[in-house]
Design a protein around this ligand. Sequence first.
Ligand code: MEV
Length: 329
Amino acid sequence: MVRMGVTASAPAKVILFGEHFVVYGEPAIVLAIDKRAYAKAELREDKLLHVHSVNLNLSGYFDGEAFRVEQGDEKRAKFKLEPIKVAVEKVLEFRGEKVGLDIEVNSTVPVAAGLGSSAAVASAVAAAVGGLLNVKMSKEDVFRISYEAEKVVHGTPSGIDPAISTFGGALLFQMDTGFKPLETKDVPLIVGDTGVERSTGVQVAKVRSVKERYPRVVEGMMRTAREVVLRAIDALKERDLETVGDLMNINHALLCGLGVSDESLEWLINAARKAGALGAKLTGAGGGGCMIALAENERLEQVLKAVQRVGGRAFIAKKTDEGVRIEQT
Ligand code: MEV
């Protein structure tokens, strides 16, 4: 039986430790947070795929490889909506039959900001289409599909974003061994968005170039990043926030060394530290986008205000254990 319309959602994420290094096989720690992307799938009478992103004000039709813009700049629309098409096609391959669909995406996750919005959208789309067409898919399948979509966004993703948006919670992630749930007590966090949109692909390429130019130097940084993650696992388990904060600062210094911080991030990070944060770092790919700050619960408001005062769009983030889920049928 095919349903009339199905809505699914998936969470955004913050990488606590190990972004960029994770692309080269090092471990990373990631949390799903209480901001979600939503996707609604409905059947069409024809065989077209119509995609509408409410929050980006973009829409258009895919007819095989052809794309026709309906709303927004054509190039931007194709670029932003293409990963959604890939996610839909992968689910249709599972089903073994092509149908026309209307997909509407809406998201509370800042875009191109390091919070995994594209992976959250892809996971939600895969689950919504699977739910609509009654395709039997495990969470592992949804993960693989959103990973394929993520490859369109940037060529060499580690898979950390699709993993967390699908499974939720806190994960220790490594490319060759996969991911396992991580035990954490509460992690009181502020997320500060610089408002500077950037491309993950560009930042990943920047790191690759630094690594190629200084292989032995970067090798040492990789080892340090690994030690940071290993030490953080215990500190998170024990709620030793002081150690977690110190490790965040060390992690940020490594990312600065790779050239992926920028002035907009440094403003927010310094403001958070001055206001009493235990640690602060960029999160995700950097080059703009978001930073995170850790603070004792009683200092969260103070840190939040300090980040806002220097121009950050900031909010208190809570961990969510809810990965991708069907909202309503
Ligand atoms: C992006 O959220 C995290 C990066 O490490 C890229 C990736 O892991 O795919 C920068």
